[in-house]
Design a protein. Structure first.
Length: 180
């Protein structure tokens, strides 16, 4: 094996789907693109890494709520541009022609053009690690989107798009939570 620069190690683990985090400060909606996420358990608890380097983070910490929106591959360029502009200067929904939908449990916007959206409340913030622990309080799926592929960031400006899916449920039936 060839030696790898430790600073590149994350590019092998980062490949969770990119999400758009929606927030509302009481006056306007905003979005931030995040690729550092983690499932914590089967109950709808997630972690994501963010901090005050993101404009939306301030709103998220004030309101203690957000949405996690999973964009399809068709939104790849918009997602990258969303992550590369300042929400205090740009109305990202208007600029990128996205539709904000009102949630039922939070004031944070859902993104209609996404595969799925989750309304969340902040359980805690681990400031030293810049990790938010979120609890999903409502979940939605957009069945109108035909291309169900997700976007995965490598972390170096390149992306992987979901491809072939293999069903091995029969081998894992004792591990799959009831109802799935």
């Amino acid at each position: 094996m060839k030696k790898l620069d430790i600073r590149k190690a994350f590019t092998y683990l980062e490949e969770g789907p990119i999400i758009l985090v929606g927030v509302n400060d009481g006056k306007k909606n905003n979005l931030m693109a995040i690729s550092w996420t983690m499932v914590l358990d089967f109950s709808g608890r997630f972690a994501l890494c963010t901090g005050d380097w993101n404009e939306s983070f301030k709103t998220l910490m004030k309101t203690k709520e957000c949405t996690l929106n999973i964009p399809p591959v068709s939104l790849l360029e918009k997602v990258v541009k969303i992550g590369d502009c300042d929400g205090s200067k740009v109305d990202k929904f208007k600029e990128f022609k996205l539709t904000a939908l009102k949630g039922k449990k939070t004031s944070a916007p859902l993104v209609k053009e996404c595969l799925a959206s989750f309304e969340c409340r902040v359980e805690k913030y681990l400031s030293e690690e810049s990790i938010l622990i979120l609890q999903v309080v409502a979940a939605y799926e957009n069945e109108e989107i035909q291309d169900r592929r997700e976007i995965h960031a490598i972390g170096d400006g390149t992306f992987v798009i979901d491809g072939e899916k293999r069903d091995l449920r029969s081998l894992m039936k004792d591990k799959i939570p009831e109802g799935l």
